[in-house]
Design a binder for this molecule. Structure first.
Ligand code: SF4
Ligand code: SF4
Length: 113
């Protein structure tokens, strides 16, 4: 379940403000149970990642060359670089290490040791 709370792009839904406030149910829950329909999703990253049955884009061998995720990561805004850092961290250290750190964040991204 905790891995489900990591958005496909690397945003950590569990510590994200709209999720904590109940305004957002998170990136991934509901698609595997039929409560949500992936064909109605707007985010191209999520559509691709969920259809390929990855936990996040960190599992994808094409992440470094993928235009979909890299256009997103190169947008203006601090958070996009932090989401990139999240998938890079997961690739290098795995999900358990990531969750050990990210569970202490107060936002959808945060500091690493
Ligand atoms: S931007 Fe897309 S992939 Fe990232 S958390 Fe939001 S819906 Fe999920
Ligand atoms: S192709 Fe791109 S968007 Fe799709 S799973 Fe891989 S990195 Fe994510």
């Amino acid at each position: 379940m905790p891995i489900k709370q990591i958005g496909c792009c690397g945003a950590y839904c569990k510590t994200c403000h709209p999720f904590k406030d109940g305004a957002c149910i998170g990136c991934k829950p509901g698609y595997d149970t039929g409560e949500r329909d992936i064909s109605k999703a707007k985010c191209k990253i999520k559509i691709c990642c969920i259809k390929r049955e990855y936990n996040t884009c960190a599992d994808c061998p094409e992440i470094n060359s993928c235009p979909t995720i890299n256009e997103f990561y190169s947008k203006n805004g601090y958070k996009y670089g932090k989401y990139k850092q999240a998938t890079q961290f997961i690739k290098e250290n795995g999900y358990i290490e990531f969750l050990n750190i990210a569970d202490n964040w107060t936002n959808a991204y945060g500091k690493y040791k």
